[in-house]
Design a protein around this ligand. Structure first.
Ligand SMILES: Nc1ncnc2c1ncn2[C@@H]1O[C@H](COP(=O)(O)OP(=O)(O)OP(=O)(O)O)[C@@H](O)[C@H]1O
Ligand SMILES: [Mg+2]
Length: 313
């Protein structure tokens, strides 16, 4: 029996976690988190696709994919239903060698900036979703590295995602920006991206012994409760060193790298546990089914309300 497009889309959504990594502030660690989670997934043998939505294409560089490929994310967004473009756009990360299907990348492109308009029509916002429905079935995880803004590219990424992780630093302005990002994701969810839920806040570049950082983390826990994910990521030079060498943090030698890698393992577990098995966009008969695995983590920390949620703990 031939599946309808809606049935294909539902099947794909049930088994693939699509996670956007976002923040409205630049330089807080979105790409670093994308690379760390990709490293954790690869290390565990989880088939993963990284979509580099940032025109700076930093995650493509970190994943050792040429940034001047013949076909890239800009072409995918221009023709999301073209099987030819989709198959040419997917490349294996240099981390894995030539073999496709383990850790693949759709590389970023400065040309994608043309899709970063403040107001993109619904039709445009669905383009990545259209593409992923066609290509993501072989993967268990799709990570989308977003640009530092709330324009078309981020909203296109969110429209294709079931979870968004907001990366933040433990500083006053970053906390405010994280709150805005969660509110914006909630607004988009209410306006049609009905699969989208916050995974939570990933606090990055935390310095041990910094009173200011301790204070800001405590403030975030009071503001966002269980949306503040554990563990916070420490500031470690190995992050920059491994990225500079385009190598996964899990293969970087030394104790500090091991600790960072272990933090990403925990965050990856949390992300995989969080996923919903049902599509809110699915037909009635599907949405009527019991959402028994919606929050299977058992830590009781599943986010229901994004911005400003008070601690349940
Ligand atoms: N935990 C960390 N410890 C040390 N350095 C870090 C850490 N996290 C990020 N960095 C470094 O900070 C810089 C900015 O990080 P990154 O590129 O991941 O941020 P970004 O949010 O993706 O930036 P942009 O908004 O420009 O896309 C990079 O040089 C990165 O290596
Ligand atoms: Mg980046």
């Amino acid at each position: 029996m031939v599946e309808t497009a809606v049935e294909v889309s539902i099947r794909y959504r049930r088994r693939v976690l699509v996670l956007s990594i976002s923040s409205l502030k630049g330089g807080v660690g979105k790409t670093s988190v994308t690379l760390g989670l990709a490293s954790a997934a690869y290390n565990r043998g989880i088939p993963t696709l990284v979509v580099d939505m940032d025109p700076q294409a930093d995650s493509s560089t970190g994943l050792d994919v040429p940034t001047s490929t013949r076909v890239d994310i800009a072409d995918v967004l221009a023709a999301p239903k073209s099987q030819k473009i989709l198959s040419e756009a997917i490349l294996p990360s240099g981390w894995v060698g030539e073999k496709m299907g383990h850790l693949d990348v759709i590389s970023g492109s400065p040309r994608a900036a043309e899709f970063d308009r403040p107001s993109l029509s619904e039709r445009y916002l669905r383009r990545l979703d259209d593409a992923l429905t066609r290509i993501a079935k072989g993967y268990r995880l799709v990570l989308i590295d977003c640009p530092p803004s709330l324009n078309g590219l981020t909203r296109t990424a969110w429209s294709a995602s079931s979870r968004v992780a907001v990366v933040t630093e433990p500083s006053l302005f970053s906390v405010a920006a994280a709150d805005r990002a969660l509110r914006a994701a909630d607004e988009l969810r209410q306006r049609g991206a009905s699969d989208l839920q916050p995974l939570g806040l990933i606090v990055n570049r935390v310095r041990a012994g910094s009173t200011e950082h301790d204070y800001r983390i405590q403030e975030m826990r009071e503001m966002f409760g269980p949306l503040v994910l554990n563990p916070p990521l420490a500031e470690r030079a190995v992050m920059q060193q491994s990225q500079g060498s385009a190598r996964p943090i899990h293969s970087w030698p030394g104790k500090p790298a091991e600790e960072v890698a272990a933090s990403f393992d925990v965050l990856l577990d949390r992300a995989l546990r969080s996923e919903s098995i049902r599509s809110r966009r699915s037909p009635k008969k599907d949405s009527d089914k019991a959402p028994e695995k919606k929050s299977s983590g058992g830590d009781g920390a599943e986010a229901k309300t994004p911005a400003g949620q008070k601690s349940g703990k």
